[in-house]
Structure formats: C-alpha cells, structure tokens
Design a protein around this ligand. Structure first.
Ligand code: WQD
Length: 353
C-alpha cells in the first residue's frame, strides 16, 4: 500500500462513505476525507476510529479530515496543496459527496445541480490541476429506464426521470468527456448502486439521515423502534408477484468492498472508463423485506397499504455479472444479515449519531 498515495474520500462521513473509509483504513490505505457535514455527522468518523482501536489497528497519520464544501474550489485547492506539502499526496478519489433524495430533488432541482454537478466539476478541475486522474464515482441505479421485469445491466437504457437521477447522468457524461480529453491518463469507474441497506456488524456505524428518511429500510426500523409508527406500503397493485415493488437490496459493507475493488482495478490497469452496476441480482418485494425483517429480528411491524408513490418503478434489480467478473467481487451478505446488522445499529443508536 505504501507505494500508493492517499485516497481522497468526498462525503466520507456519510452512510456509504463512512463504511468505505473504515474498509480503506483496515486495508492499510491512507485517506483524506472531505465532508460538509450538511447531510452527515463527524461522529461517524469517530466511530470509524473506535472500531479500528477495538481491532488494535493503527490509523496515526492515515486519516485527515477537512470540513468544507466542494462548491468552494479554493477549499479543494487547499486540501490538495496541504496534502502534497504534508507528504500525503492525493493520487485517487472516491467521490460520494452529494445530495441523494429523489423527493427533495423534485422540489429543489437547482440545489441538486449545484451540490452534485457544480461540486463535481470543481473537484475534477482541481484533480486535473494536480494530475490526480483516478476516480471512482458514486452513481445510482435511478438513472435507468424501467426494463419490464428484467435484470438491469450496464447496456440498459438511461433516462433521467427526476433531477437527482439527472445529476448522476450529467456527471457520468462529464466524466466521459474528461476521459476522451485525456485517454492516456484518466481512469474512471462509475458505480451504479441499487438499494444499499444494513450497517457495520459492530453496530457502531450505520445510516443516520438528517431528518426523516423517505427510504423503506430506515422507515422499517423507525416503525420497529417506535411502536406508534405505522409503515405505509406504496401500492399493492404493481405487476409483481405480491403487488408490491421489487428492489435489489445490497449490504452497505458489500458496497464498500466493491468500491475498494474498483479503486484497485483502476490503479492496476490501463487508463479507461467503465460503468458497473453494483447489486446482488436478487429481487425483494416490500412485503418480502418486511417479513424477513420481522422473522430475523423477532419484531412485529404495523403497516398499511396506500396509493403508489410518484416516480416509483415496479422492478429494479441489477445484473451484476460484469462487476463480479471484472472486479472479482461478489456481494456476500444475505438479506437476513442486512436486517440483523441494520437492527443492531438502530437498537444501539435509536436517534442516529
Ligand atoms: C424502495 C421501495 C417504495 C418507503 C431510492 C432512491 C435511489 C437510491 C435508493 C440513492 C419502493 C417502497 C418506500 C415507504 C414504501 N438512493 N416504499 N414505503 O425508491 O428504490 O430508491 O433509494 O442512490 O436514488 O430513489 O428506495 O427505499 O425509497 O423505496 O412502500 O415508506 O419501498 O415504493 O418500491 P428506491 P426506497
């Protein structure tokens, strides 16, 4: 690892970011974290250090944290400059930072274009200036056009169905143009996540949204912990086996490990740009997930069926063959493990960080 420079992790205090930072540090990488803490908590990174201490793993001079926004190009320049001066040259980036609520993006599109697209342009500009040309980008499965009940592979049609998805599509296009501008140097991987859920097995790290999440799994856990909370299931008349929407839930640690495999692939191979769908390839309906959660954690959930939610799709499951073959990566953790680990986090942190 010593021959490599430091990895800059933007949004490193977030849900997937913090789990990836832990995995990077456990694997001996040095990391620089940038986070605005707009949608995350510094405490997540304290918990990363706590887990490392519990494993007697040292992280001295291996993690440096900068609070600030990627909307401020001078701030990014300062981080790259200081890292270079301190002997922690940034040679690659895993870019998580960005807003991720579909619902909020419909209400505030300009905010999403500023926070997600403008910020990324600033980051890429500074990376280019410092000849740092390896980036793993946190993209999303919401960029895909519904494909009946078929698994979604990397060749499936892309269609921006909401501003959040559009920001991801635009950033992928920007990265493609950047690669074309300097094919001999840029190494780029776009990872399209399906539905990340769960938490680190210690229960010290997990998903801690600011305000109430709109996503199913955090709401299932909210319903389990607050007995007066009834979960709404958006639609029971979808064209699926039980009438509820089917998704591809993937354990956040499997996703974190996928990022490191992607980074290692880019470091070892010739300049390229690659899109990968990161999911389990297994479809789970809303009702299925509720049942697995109840049986795994011996909890009963109160729920009711309501109208469909605008913008929802009946079926969104990954064909993850390309990612598995290319990265020699495979999601290892079961839906039961996702439910067990997520609930362990929630019981230990009922109000998040
Ligand atoms: C899953 C299923 C709902 C809440 C979102 C983002 C996507 C990605 C993952 C970032 C759907 C149903 C939900 C509830 C319900 N995030 N549901 N009652 O919509 O697949 O994807 O998270 O990249 O960008 O769009 O996830 O968890 O919101 O919904 O019935 O209270 O659960 O209809 O079928 P989704 P979700």
């Amino acid at each position: 690892m010593e021959e490599n420079g430091f990895v800059l992790v933007t949004g490193g205090a977030g849900f997937i970011g913090s789990h990836t930072c832990l995995d990077l540090l456990e694997k001996g990488y040095g990391i620089i974290v940038i986070d605005s803490f707009l949608n995350s908590y510094p405490k997540s990174l304290e918990r990363v250090k706590q887990i490392l201490r519990s494993k007697n793993l040292t992280f001295k001079d291996k993690i440096f944290i900068y609070q600030g926004s990627l909307k401020n190009k001078d701030f990014i320049l300062r981080v790259f400059n200081e890292s270079e001066k301190n002997g922690c040259r940034i040679d690659s980036v895993i870019h998580f930072a960005g807003l991720k609520s579909v619902k909020d993006s419909i209400k505030n599109p300009l905010n999403y274009y500023e926070e997600n697209v403008l910020s990324t342009i600033n980051l890429l500009y500074v990376m280019n200036l410092f000849a740092c040309k390896i980036i793993v980008f946190s993209s999303s499965a919401t960029i895909f056009k519904p494909f009946e009940n078929k698994l979604i592979n990397e060749e499936c049609q892309i269609e921006s169905i909401n501003p959040y998805a559009s920001t991801k599509i635009f950033i992928e296009r920007i990265l493609n143009d950047l690669h074309i501008s300097d094919k001999k140097n840029w190494k780029i991987m776009n990872l399209r996540y399906f539905n990340p859920i769960g938490a680190h097995s210690s229960g010290a790290l997990g998903e801690s949204p600011k305000g109430l999440s709109h996503n199913l799994f955090p709401l299932i856990m909210e319903c389990a912990i607050k007995k007066n909370f009834t979960l709404k299931i958006f639609g029971k008349n979808w064209p699926t086996k039980d009438g509820t929407c089917i998704r591809d839930y993937i354990h956040v640690m499997d996703l974190a490990e996928g990022h490191i495999k992607a980074l290692e692939f880019l470091r070892k191979n010739e300049p390229t740009i690659i899109n990968l769908n990161l999911g389990t390839g297994i479809g789970t309906s809303v009702v299925d997930l509720i049942k697995v959660f109840e049986n795994t954690n011996k909890e009963n959930l109160s729920f009711l069926f309501t109208d469909r939610r605008k913008g929802d799709l009946p079926f969104l499951v990954a064909d993850n063959k390309y990612a598995k073959d290319l990265l020699n990566w495979t999601p290892l953790r079961s839906l039961e493990q996702m439910c067990k680990d997520g609930w362990n986090w929630k019981l230990k942190n009922p109000n998040g960080y």
